[in-house]
Ligand binder design. Structure first.
Ligand SMILES: Cc1cc2nc3c(=O)[nH]c(=O)nc-3n(C[C@H](O)[C@H](O)[C@H](O)COP(=O)(O)OP(=O)(O)OC[C@H]3O[C@@H](n4cnc5c(N)ncnc54)[C@H](O)[C@@H]3O)c2cc1C
Length: 445
């Protein structure tokens, strides 16, 4: 079997942001690339808020203007707490060293965003196909055989290297039993899109708003077409407690956040459609092997509170490039150092965000976000993280440690409340079995 000719240098599984990005980058370097997407673009996907660090990556792919045309400009983040009268605002203009390259991002409809990236891959020479599902991959010393389904038609493709960008389907991590549940965090989500939601005014209109509530937090993401994406990220046990149809349960959940409910008073749910996703915090035990690697959600996913998913997915594709190149040019042994660097990169993103994510519902963290101080430049550093500026040379780390110190100090000051919240968090993240699987459940009113 292994003596068969290669259909391509690299087979990329999945045409989301991670897959389209690496396919484009490889084709720009002259590689023969096949990109297989099981769905057809444009297709629905959640994950609509980008980070400022995304902008440079979009420029490098040559799609910045196209994204700008479909995007809603986002200059910062609003935090709204049930325990505080005021609202807190974080503006990316205040990021570390006031870096103008990190001053804004976009909110996008993922159907449009992902389609632009996928089409871009085709433009630079990738053989990009929709309606192709990879079901399994077999590896040998020289490459891989991918088993595919195109409609009812089964076929096999031979590639010298495979990139798994299958998102939360986690094709290879599941095939090789590498997927590990995150031991310190777990969440689920229900969401929908609204017409006529009340937005912030002027320059703040496109900001993402985060509303805390008893079972987690809500996002409020204004899109360019006038609709607003609203979702609750909650503990899996809460979603599991549902005894009503999803739309009614969603309405009840929204009522638990009165300040958000007020912004939706005159709004209507588009098509009456509400979505739910099950438990989704995991990482693979390793990110690569001799003839494959994983990028984006195919490797790990934590929680969307900081809108980091698309950026981490695209950044992982950029980080993967030297591994693929080294393997194709000189074989797996020569790529060992690049693989170690890639693995460190893949662990870093989820790790840096996770420290904040698991504490996000703690009153000590809430207090620090609601009364932010720039002591020892800690706010600028937190903004750097929130902008996605974590892989470059920006020296935010000492100031971030200072912020973490302030968190522990604040926890001591409000010890009984902080301790109670921490214990509740431990109970809330317990494994309650499948809520609704990894897939999206949709119900209409
Ligand atoms: C509730 C929720 C809210 C979120 N909000 C945000 C947000 O505001 N901002 C943000 O940045 N991120 C957000 N995310 C995360 C974001 O959606 C993901 O991190 C991002 O989409 C990852 O990109 P990806 O390319 O790795 O995977 P995906 O975007 O999931 O793309 C994977 C692609 O692979 C295809 N595929 C899967 N299996 C196969 C197969 N076997 N063969 C062929 N094709 C296959 C799929 O159809 C899909 O198109 C959110 C996630 C959730 C769950």
């Amino acid at each position: 079997m292994s003596a068969a000719p290669f259909d391509c240098d690299v087979l990329v599984i999945g045409g989301g942001p991670a897959g389209s990005t690496i396919a484009t980058l490889l084709a720009m370097q002259g590689r023969v690339v096949r990109l297989l997407e099981k769905d057809a673009h444009p297709r629905f996907h959640i994950g609509e808020s980008l980070l400022p660090a995304n902008v440079r990556l979009l420029e490098e792919l040559g799609v910045r203007e196209q994204i700008e045309r479909i995007g809603m400009r986002k200059f910062g983040i609003e935090f709204v707490s049930p325990q505080h009268e005021h609202h807190a605002f974080f503006d990316f203009a205040d990021v570390w060293d006031h870096n103008p390259g990190l001053s804004m991002a976009w909110q996008v409809r993922r159907s449009e965003f992902d389609q632009i990236l996928f089409r871009r891959a085709g433009e630079v020479g990738v053989q990009a196909s929709e309606g192709w599902r990879v079901t399994r991959v077999e590896f040998d010393a020289d490459g891989a055989w991918a088993h595919c389904m195109h409609g009812e038609q089964a076929s096999k493709l031979r590639a010298r290297f495979v990139v798994d960008a299958s998102g939360r389907d986690t094709l290879l991590a599941s095939q090789f039993d590498l997927k590990r549940r995150n031991p310190i965090h777990n969440s689920a989500a229900l969401f929908g899109h609204f017409r006529n939601a009340e937005r912030l005014g002027g320059r703040l209109e496109g900001n993402i708003s985060i509303f805390w509530f008893a079972h987690g937090w809500f996002w409020f993401i204004p899109l360019a077409d006038g609709t607003t994406s609203v979702g609750a990220v909650c503990w899996p046990y809460y979603l599991k407690s549902r005894e009503k149809p999803l739309p009614e349960f969603f309405a009840d959940t929204l009522a638990l956040a009165p300040k958000l409910a007020a912004r939706l008073r005159g709004a209507e749910l588009v098509d009456g459609r509400v979505y739910a996703t099950g438990n989704y915090s995991y990482a693979a035990a390793s990110s690569s092997a001799d003839r494959y690697l994983m990028v984006g959600d195919a490797y790990a996913f934590v929680d969307p509170v900081f809108s980091s998913g698309v950026y981490l997915a695209m950044a992982s594709a950029f980080a993967a490039l030297p591994v693929v190149q080294a393997t194709l040019d000189a074989g797996p042994a020569a790529a060992a150092a690049e693989r170690r660097r890639f693995d460190a990169h893949m662990r870093k993103g989820p790790r840096e965000f996770t420290w904040f994510i698991v504490r996000m519902t703690n009153p000590a963290m809430r207090r620090l976000f609601m009364y932010s101080s720039n002591m020892l430049r800690s706010k600028e550093a937190v903004l750097g993280l929130l902008a996605g500026d974590i892989f470059g040379k920006t020296p935010i780390w000492r100031a971030l440690r200072c912020f973490k110190g302030m968190y522990y100090l604040t926890s001591l000051l409000i010890l009984p409340r902080a301790w109670k919240a921490w214990r509740e968090h431990r109970v809330s993240i317990r494994d309650v079995g499948e809520t609704k699987g990894e897939n999206v459940l949709v119900q209409r009113r």
